[in-house]
Write a protein that binds this ligand. Sequence first.
Ligand SMILES: C[S@@+](CC[C@H](N)C(=O)[O-])C[C@H]1O[C@@H](n2cnc3c(N)ncnc32)[C@H](O)[C@@H]1O
Length: 201
Amino acid sequence: MPSVEITLSTEEGSLDPYDLFPESVEEIWLEIGFGAGEHLTQQAITNPTVGFIGCEPFINGVARLLANVSENNMSNVRIFRDDARLLMRAIPDQCIERTFVLFPDPWPKTRHHKRRIVCPETIESLCRLMPVGSEFRIATDDRSYKEWILQYMLAAEGFKWRAQRPSDWRTRPDDWPETRYERKAHAAGRQCSYFMFDRCS
Ligand SMILES: C[S@@+](CC[C@H](N)C(=O)[O-])C[C@H]1O[C@@H](n2cnc3c(N)ncnc32)[C@H](O)[C@@H]1O
């Protein structure tokens, strides 16, 4: 863990993500709430020139990702084991080329909706962190959260939904590895939605 863990200093915007990796990386991709890390692991193996930052406070998930990092001898993964929003505050502008939020906790009760990670504050942070042309991917199996995501993302001037037809969000793209939570959702017969948004000016 010490060799892959990200620790924060107190100064906002002071963490250069390119400095986190031993070898130079071409881009930085961020996964918020990686769970057991299946998606992050596959993406990091497929894209060895990309530096991956995974955020996850769930310790068992961190342990699983660590095992994958070790087994596959991966040097392009770094882990922040706390609330992703703390890390995002520490990263300077325009550094993140791709962000994933896959099956975020749905917080179904109306009084808990304010805990949802997809919200105007997160979208504003990502507008700051992501340059024009970068990509934000979100998945959910929760109908209410799906509508919530579209409501806030379609209202966000900094992002444009890429979908042209229903199959664009109903079918997982080939370069989007499956997650454990997604497998459970499909086994339970729930429809999953896969949203891709382009950062625009
Ligand atoms: C429903 S699980 C999905 C996990 C994984 N993405 C998957 O699809 O299997 C949501 C995960 O997001 C994590 N999470 C929730 N809020 C978070 C935050 N603010 N920062 C980082 N991770 C968070 C939780 O600990 C949990 O593991």
